[in-house]
Design a protein. Structure first.
Length: 403
């Protein structure tokens, strides 16, 4: 039986919510490993234990590297809580290594079970001297050893030895911080905004405003693919497609060009508010970054934001575009966002949008429009689809069958 010990991220400080956090994390790991053979997940107070039999080890590692709420994890060898057994396993592990000239080692022991007769320091000294004698060519190195053996004596459990430790992405378990709805365009920013909030434990549903026939089916497809990439960091995700063409036509026909961007964004937020109520979500998430474009100046944001009192989470507000792009490459949205299909904002983009709109004049202009009627029509015609992380593969498979 192979085994990995998971070190929780921030959830370990969260008092009585702790059980819920652990359950969410366990549920997500079970979901992400459901296609693998015989994986069991045991959430416990200090650590989570993942066991498996036939599954390739690498598959599990790759999955755990991207699960919100995991700070670190290590594949371990389990032995009885006795020095003889620990010693034997430590030697077996070093015997299996291919040692090179100049290699060094370090033993780190952690005794959580205070009934274990030796303290951490004594365990380190004893195992250290056995390894040192057996491999005289290995030097002891405290700061950056080539091989670090961790020995953990867990309470109410066994002893665990590990030579390797992997970094997780940190954050909090998906869905442990409530639910938000992400305004998802086909651009670089909004998927990253979604990812960052998911990593902070927020469950996400995606909302895309599309304007066929002005926008193409490829533009819609692009956003679904982005949703699919995000779903890999959480659970299967609801994707709401809001038809936006009628609203944009009304704006084009009745609102001066420079004010159209502001009015359009106010419509988006009003619609978001209704979707939030219908889907029991608590916050809006978007990809705005201060000063990036005309609608993201502080003056614009004040006037746009005025239509709602819902919290709008803007995780990218202080980020530079270059840093956003680095993240997009890391999490796998870059190659999709870079596809050239234009979304509704680009198609209807004004030549010179106001960077300092005035609230009273915007409100006066909006009186020319049937705001309630347009919003109701858009909501009634919104479609919902659930998108999972294998969506892209499935589409490709369907496509190659057609050929
Ligand atoms: P992005 O790269 O996310 O498209 P952007 O820098 O192009 O952002 P804008 O086009 O001004 O900026 O959009 C700001 C935010 O508004 C986006 O990050 C996104 O959250 C939301 N948004 C814009 N267009 C749409 C759309 N068609 N559907 C849903 N949300 C949108
Ligand atoms: Mg955009």
């Amino acid at each position: 039986m192979k085994q990995i010990i998971i070190h929780y991220g921030e959830l370990s400080t969260k008092g009585k919510n702790r059980k819920m956090f652990q359950r969410k994390l366990a549920d997500q790991i079970r979901h992400l490993t459901k296609h693998l053979e015989k994986v069991t997940v045991q959430p416990e107070f200090d650590y989570m234990y993942v066991k498996w039999e036939e599954t390739p080890y690498e598959d599990i590692i790759e999955i755990l590297k991207n699960v919100p709420g995991i700070s670190r994890f290590e594949p371990v060898y389990q032995v009885e809580k006795e020095m003889a057994a620990i010693e034997q396993q430590a030697v077996a592990l070093f015997d299996r290594l291919t040692l090179e000239e100049g290699d060094s080692f370090k033993i780190v022991a952690k005794r959580q079970d205070k009934d274990f007769p030796l303290d951490s320091y004594a365990i380190q000294r004893e195992i250290g001297s056995i390894i040192g004698e057996r491999y005289p060519e290995l030097t002891v190195e405290m700061k950056q050893p080539t091989h670090k053996l961790t020995i953990s004596i867990h309470k109410d459990r066994e002893a665990y030895l590990s030579l390797q430790s992997y970094q997780g992405i940190g954050g909090m378990p998906y869905g442990s911080s409530g639910k938000g709805m992400l305004m998802l365009s086909g651009g670089f920013d909004s998927p990253i905004a979604g990812y960052l909030m998911m990593k902070r434990g927020l469950e996400i549903e995606a909302v895309h405003f599309s304007s066929p026939p002005y926008t193409s089916p490829q533009a819609l497809e692009k956003t679904k693919k982005l949703t699919s990439v995000l779903a890999a960091y959480g659970m299967p995700m609801k994707f709401h497609n809001v038809p936006f063409a009628k609203i944009q036509e009304a704006i084009r026909d009745h609102i001066p060009d420079q004010a159209s961007m502001t009015v359009m964004r106010r419509f988006m937020l009003r619609i978001m508010d209704q979707l939030l109520v219908a889907n029991k979500a608590q916050a809006i998430v978007n990809g705005e970054s201060l000063g990036q474009v005309a609608s993201q100046t502080i003056d614009s944001m004040v006037v746009i934001n005025e239509v709602t009192s819902t919290p709008i989470l803007r995780p990218l507000i202080a980020m530079d575009k270059t840093d956003i792009i680095v993240l997009a490459e890391d999490i796998g949205t870059y190659d999709i966002s870079v596809e050239p299909y234009e979304d509704c904002c680009t198609v209807f983009a004004p030549v010179a949008p106001h960077t300092k709109p005035k609230l009273d004049s915007i409100e006066a202009m909006e009186e020319r429009l049937d705001i309630e009627g347009l919003i109701q029509d858009a909501i009634e015609n919104t479609t919902i689809e659930v998108i999972d992380s294998d969506y892209i593969e499935q589409q490709q498979a369907a496509f190659s069958e057609l050929l």
